[in-house]
Ligand binder design. Sequence first.
Ligand code: GDP
Length: 474
Amino acid sequence: SDLTFTGSKKPREKLLGGLLATDFDEESCLSRYHQPSLRKPSPYKPSESLVSKLRSYEILHKHCGPGTKAYKRATEQLGHNDVRSSGDECRYVVWMPMFGLGNRMLSLVSVFLYALLTERVILVDQRKDITDLFCEPFPETSWLLPLDFPLTNQLDSFDRKHPRCYGTMLKNHATNSTTIPAHLYLDIFHDSRDHDKMFFCEGDQAFLGKVPWLVVKSNLYFVPSLWMIPSFQTKLIQLFPQKDTVFHHLARYLFQPTNQVWGMISRSYNAYLSRADERLGIQVRVYGKHAGYFQHVMDQILSCTQGEKLLPILAAPESQASNASTSPKLKAVLVTSLYPEYSDKLKNMFFERPSSTGEIIEVYQPSGERVQQTDKKLHDQKALAEIYLLSLTDKLVTSTRSTFGYVAQGLGGLKPWILYEPRNRIVPNPPCVRAMSMDPCLLRAPLHGCQSKIIKNTPFVRYCEDWTTGLKLV
Ligand code: GDP
């Protein structure tokens, strides 16, 4: 049946169309059960094959996870140089947090999808603040890499010069198909070398599949590249008949904010967004050494939002437009940015003059942190809360190549209007472009190597709207 009774008083509905497992303690992670109170149901339903894949993954994770005999056996292999696999041991992929929160959430989803496709168990490095941000996603086990993991002290030293880096080993001809190392490091960044990108080649996957421990550092959403590995593509088509829903489903499955973050989200939402007739999100990311408030960015935001009729233009100060109706429409505008000035200006505009449509515009920005402070607990929690709040809006404006915006659009199932990156402090013309699909952009398309030919022949990957050397699922 659709209802599961789990001991607490309320019968539980299937969560997110069956996407989420139900056997969790409700109090320890309120967001898992309370999201539907803020979120409209997604129009995108997970496929049955995805739901059953997740359920069988949960069983695998419980069998292989920290504290199990299988985990102990697998860690014991780490002392050996050549693994003789009997084929039934658990295999793992360890995710390490790199760059800002948006980058991290994109790479984490990518690594999780890789784990699903290759029957590996994902474990996450917990030494940064991941436990302050997200609940445990898998029931009755943990996704946290134990602190006494034998390689803990080496994890930070893994980089592309490391002898266990896969690309480096290929470069040095240090691999052969008969000796299987117990662990390898994978370097998947925007500037990784061609040797590192061999990870995405079918033949290399056959070899990597035998390595019990893979450690990944990445700042990319490399899911589109997984689609271009032929044997993976077959499985992916089944799991995701709607190709651009990969991030949408997997992020909603994996990322349940902790109670502290959920408190921020629900307080903000109920105070500023819940009563509005329509919600518009505007994510303003300004890049560069001297980032901050710029008039041309403000002009660009207005040119895009007013041009696309996301915000009304202003009427004369003395005009009666705002009195036109006794119950005017309320539009809430959620602005997120490191800088508070953009929302201040917007708020002032709609205070000083009525809107031409008579709509009441309420502008709200939860925080203005000024500088990125990744790994500071409260800063990262605010960032997550804001990403999440953006994902709860009806329409969304984001900034070029911002992973922060990509996560919000994917979680929300929204096709945003993307503000182009201004050059030479001039408002770009056009100021923004509508996204083709909600899935994030892989900011560095694999233009060389085994995938370059596949790109041309794959109809469901396109160059990104906002970043011409990026690639995305449509
Ligand atoms: P990207 O650099 O835009 O791709 O996004 P990331 O999330 O990877 O890195 C930017 C980081 O800067 C975020 O994780 C936050 O720590 C901070 N940041 C940037 N924009 C905002 C914002 O609008 N709100 C908040 N709270 N933090 C932000």
